[in-house]
Design a protein around this ligand. Structure first.
Ligand SMILES: NC(=O)c1ccc[n+]([C@@H]2O[C@H](COP(=O)([O-])OP(=O)(O)OC[C@H]3O[C@@H](n4cnc5c(N)ncnc54)[C@H](OP(=O)(O)O)[C@@H]3O)[C@@H](O)[C@H]2O)c1
Length: 333
């Protein structure tokens, strides 16, 4: 596909989504980041993907979240993003925070999965090639690997920073005691952990107990993934499973079995509450996460510009009454 010419909006930083400092670091992240897990692979609509990236950047969304295995087939999201970086955004590289990760299964054999130094360093080199970049801004260990000492995984991350291939490093989905160990080791190595990325939404609140408080105590930022529970926290599944939705796709990660009658009842009640606030359910779900500054950013994964636009409008009202918070607490469990 040949890319149309693009000059970003001149107002992108004055009329923008706004920024929050990531933990105790000097790095600011946009309140809303764009994730490329779904919707940017070879099976997806390339034209819409390009429109979403441009629209995001025009709204001041400077952070794009990837991983080695994003897209169908694996690696295609990085490859497609790389093409757009080269053709559309190359003169704006210094305005962008691009993250990638390794930790889940990526290639055959013993070195394409887990947390070994061998896997992580080889994978980052591959990601840089696919994305046509000299460095990434954030590299994550995508998950804790019980077979690899945390020292080895963190040592690999620290070396990436020292080699200039990553500016910052982070962890994702680590059990709490392993996160504590990772923070300590990275600090000792002189490459402090920038950020912890974990699942957080009205429907999945486990991180409130220990993950977010520990990150805060260590000056580490927190960024929420799947803030809409992969689309469940929207009006889309209230009356069945629409064609073209994530749950309808054979290659999507949202399973039809997750959309139970009980869940739909909760979605309907939450949708009613959102309407009373003058918001869509997706907007209320994002606003609910961003009501606290402990959440530095939420990573949304939209399939259209319209969804992205709708999600950005969540920022118009991110305050909640005690009664609303109580009701969301009751419905979210
Ligand atoms: N670290 C990790 O292990 C990890 C794991 C998962 C995700 N992530 C990151 O987090 C990002 C976001 O995850 P996610 O895609 O699951 O996020 P999500 O925002 O919870 O779900 C995205 C899906 O919700 C639907 N949606 C979004 N906005 C909508 C709106 N305004 N109205 C109606 N539906 C809407 C779309 O579904 P349809 O496609 O059906 O339209 C979209 O594909 C990923 O891209 C990735 O960067 C990281």
């Amino acid at each position: 596909m040949s890319h149309s010419k693009y000059s970003p909006s001149k107002d992108r930083y004055t009329d923008s989504v706004g920024y929050r400092y990531c933990g105790k670091s000097g790095l600011q992240l946009p309140t809303i980041s764009l994730g490329l897990w779904h919707n940017f692979g070879d099976v997806d609509d390339a034209e819409e993907a390009e429109k979403m990236l441009k629209y995001a950047f025009d709204q001041g969304i400077t952070h794009f979240d990837l991983a080695n295995n994003y897209g169908t087939p694996f690696g295609s999201a990085e490859k497609n993003f790389g093409k757009m970086m080269k053709d559309l955004f190359s003169s704006h590289r210094d305005e962008m925070i691009i993250s990638t990760k390794a930790g889940h299964n990526m290639w055959d054999g013993p070195y394409g999965d887990g947390g070994s130094r061998k896997y992580l360093i080889a994978s980052l080199n591959q990601s840089l090639k696919r994305m046509k970049l000299d460095y990434v801004d954030i590299f994550y260990s995508h998950r804790y690997d019980p077979e690899t000492p945390v020292e080895e995984t963190m040592g690999a991350l620290s070396d990436m920073v020292k080699q200039g291939k990553a500016l910052y490093v982070g962890i994702s989905k680590y059990p709490i005691e392993k996160a504590r160990e990772a923070y300590r080791i990275l600090k000792e190595n002189g490459t402090p952990c920038l950020i912890n990325q974990d699942r957080y939404s009205i429907f999945t609140r486990e991180v409130e107990n220990e993950v977010i408080p520990l990150a805060k105590e260590n000056g580490v930022g927190f960024i929420a993934f799947s803030p809409l529970a992969q689309g469940l926290l929207s009006d889309k599944y209230m009356n069945g499973i629409p064609e073209n939705s994530r749950a309808a796709h054979s290659y999507g990660f949202l399973q039809k079995s997750q959309i139970t009658a009980e869940k739909v009842e909760k979605i309907k009640a939450l949708n009613k509450m959102a309407a009373q606030r003058g918001q869509s359910l997706a907007q209320m779900a994002l606003a609910w996460l961003l009501r606290s500054n402990d959440v530095n950013s939420v990573i949304v994964g939209t399939s259209s510009v319209i969804q992205l636009q709708n999600n950005i409008d969540a920022l118009k009202n991110i305050s909640f009454t005690d009664d609303e918070l109580w009701r969301i607490g009751e419905l979210g469990v």
